[in-house]
Design a protein around this ligand. Sequence first.
Ligand SMILES: *Cc1c(COP(=O)(O)O)cnc(C)c1O
Length: 216
Amino acid sequence: MLKRIFQKLQPTQTKLIAVSKTKPVEMVIDLYEKGQKCFGENRVLELVAKEEELPKDIEWHFIGHLQTNKVKLIAPFVACIHAVDSLKLLKEINKEALKNSRVIDVLLQFHIAEEESKFGLDLKEATQLLESGAFVSMHNIRICGVMGMATFTDDLSQVRREFQYLKKVFDQLKKQFFDDVAFFKEISMGMSGDYEVAVEEGSTMVRIGTLLFGKR
Ligand SMILES: *Cc1c(COP(=O)(O)O)cnc(C)c1O
């Protein structure tokens, strides 16, 4: 399966984040030994436990909703935080990154699904965040792009429209705030059920769990 996914991602150089949440470290090791070095988790304590046990050259992505009081636990090692949806969280990540003498890459999460969800910004909120003085003074985070989750549905044309919307949001922010910022280039979208559509619509990172590790 890993090989098949790689073949699909190869033409566009889309990065694969293997989502190992709820799965044992043995399964992570197995994929690691096949060459996969980038993994995603959505629970802080599970991520911390796995990070301690597993090889240090694994690149860990935090893909879930992150509470501010837990940022400090992952700040020493996390490669990228995908789901930043408030200035408060961004400030906390910046603070903990500074304590660790690091710069942490983050993505802004957008609400793109039709489904009700508590999480994710809209374009207006993101604009306010990026125009705030607080953001301008943060030197230990890099906003590298956007992230979104499509509606959980078999209707792939709806999913496609939602991904197209996220791409539009990315283009807008790029033009307005990150025109000359080379590292603002990531669009994290696509999971087991919709990653091929996501790649067609411009995804640069897909987050795949079930296809690689089986049902949770
Ligand atoms: C669990 C999860 C995934 C992976 O989902 P699969 O359908 O198992 O591929 C991707 N992104 C986020 C944010 C997740 O929580």
